[in-house]
Design a protein around this ligand. Structure first.
Ligand SMILES: Cc1cc2nc3c(=O)[nH]c(=O)nc-3n(C[C@H](O)[C@H](O)[C@H](O)COP(=O)(O)OP(=O)(O)OC[C@H]3O[C@@H](n4cnc5c(N)ncnc54)[C@H](O)[C@@H]3O)c2cc1C
Ligand SMILES: NC(=O)c1ccc[n+]([C@@H]2O[C@H](COP(=O)([O-])OP(=O)(O)OC[C@H]3O[C@@H](n4cnc5c(N)ncnc54)[C@H](OP(=O)(O)O)[C@@H]3O)[C@@H](O)[C@H]2O)c1
Length: 247
């Protein structure tokens, strides 16, 4: 059984009332960018654990994670109160198949995430591998409000480092914000406004899609992509669509 490592909180960044990031010092086993581990706290004598994607890259310390406090959520509402110096349990061994190793050859990678579902994309984008494997990468982050759009300086650095090979498109669903698409990802795939906005065409012979976060976004997007001829990526039958559902 995988072991729990006692980590120490280095920083708790409160972005908004219910959006935060934890930086944690812990010596864990090496992992692949895109994987998740478990974090846990002992609450009322019980160890409460949930899976969380690494936002930090494999060679980075401290470890970093990006969270929403779920309404009435037990663990996220305890994690948000942690302060520098507090202990937190981290699973020694990471898990998951939302990694580039599982993705067949393609020219263009589309990374589509809602809310904190962008975390594994940052972990991947800050390694060399995607830039060695794909000609172009499009990162899409869909959130409710402009205040939920975080890690913009990391995105600016990627744009600076990779120029035209990297595109970023934000969606804000509950406000009208210049430079972003108002609404949801599936509708914008269906009506072509996402491709129009980033200036790239999704093509069966060259595109691969990674989708992460809200399971309804994942399902609705997969249905639309399938109707355009893209297929789910499975080990036995490689395809175009690789997914990670957060709940
Ligand atoms: C593979 C994997 C990776 C994950 N990585 C992350 C991550 O990096 N960051 C993160 O914040 N969460 C992540 N989650 C979700 C996380 O594991 C917990 O479910 C979440 O923190 C809520 O836990 P809770 O105990 O507070 O609430 P619970 O009582 O367990 O959940 C309450 C409800 O909140 C909703 N919910 C859960 N997670 C989210 C979320 N991220 N955004 C919006 N609504 C949500 C769901 O409707 C859920 O039923 C991941 C889940 C999986 C399966
Ligand atoms: N972010 C906030 O301001 C806020 C406020 C109070 C509580 N919370 C708590 O935080 C949790 C996480 O919030 P969140 O904003 O990350 O989660 P979210 O509800 O997953 O929203 C993230 C983005 O995904 C979109 N989305 C939702 N369903 C979709 C679907 N079927 N297809 C495509 N896109 C879809 C949302 O659009 P829509 O806006 O159109 O749904 C939004 O743009 C909530 O579940 C709640 O418990 C958040």
């Amino acid at each position: 059984m995988a072991q729990w490592i006692q980590g120490t909180v280095v920083d708790n960044i409160h972005w908004t009332e219910n959006l935060f990031s934890l930086k944690i010092d812990a010596i864990v086993d090496s992992f692949s960018a895109g994987q998740f581990t478990s974090l846990a706290l002992d609450i009322d004598g019980k160890r409460v654990a949930r899976p969380y994607s690494y936002l930090s890259s494999p060679d980075q310390l401290p470890l970093e994670f990006f969270f929403y406090t779920a309404t009435d959520g037990v663990l996220s509402n305890a994690l948000v109160r942690l302060q520098a110096g507090d202990p937190v349990w981290v699973k020694q061994k990471a898990n998951g198949f939302f990694v580039l190793n599982e993705i067949p050859e393609a020219e263009e990678l589309w990374m589509l995430g809602t809310g904190t579902g962008v975390a594994p994309f940052f972990s991947i984008l800050n390694t060399d591998e995607p830039w060695q494997r794909f000609k172009t990468i499009v990162l899409v982050h869909a959130v409710r409000t402009e205040a939920d759009l975080r890690y913009q300086e990391m995105i600016a650095r990627l744009q600076n480092n990779y120029g035209e090979r990297f595109s970023f498109q934000a969606f804000v669903s509950r406000e009208s914000v210049p430079g972003t698409i108002t609404g949801r990802i599936p509708a914008a795939i269906e009506n072509g406004s996402l491709e129009h906005s980033v200036g790239r065409k999704m093509r069966v012979d060259k595109s691969h899609f990674m989708l992460c976060g809200n399971p309804d976004m994942v399902k609705d997007s997969v249905d639309i992509l399938k109707s355009r001829g893209f297929t789910k990526n499975r080990r036995r039958t490689p395809g175009h669509i690789t997914v990670e559902n957060y709940w």
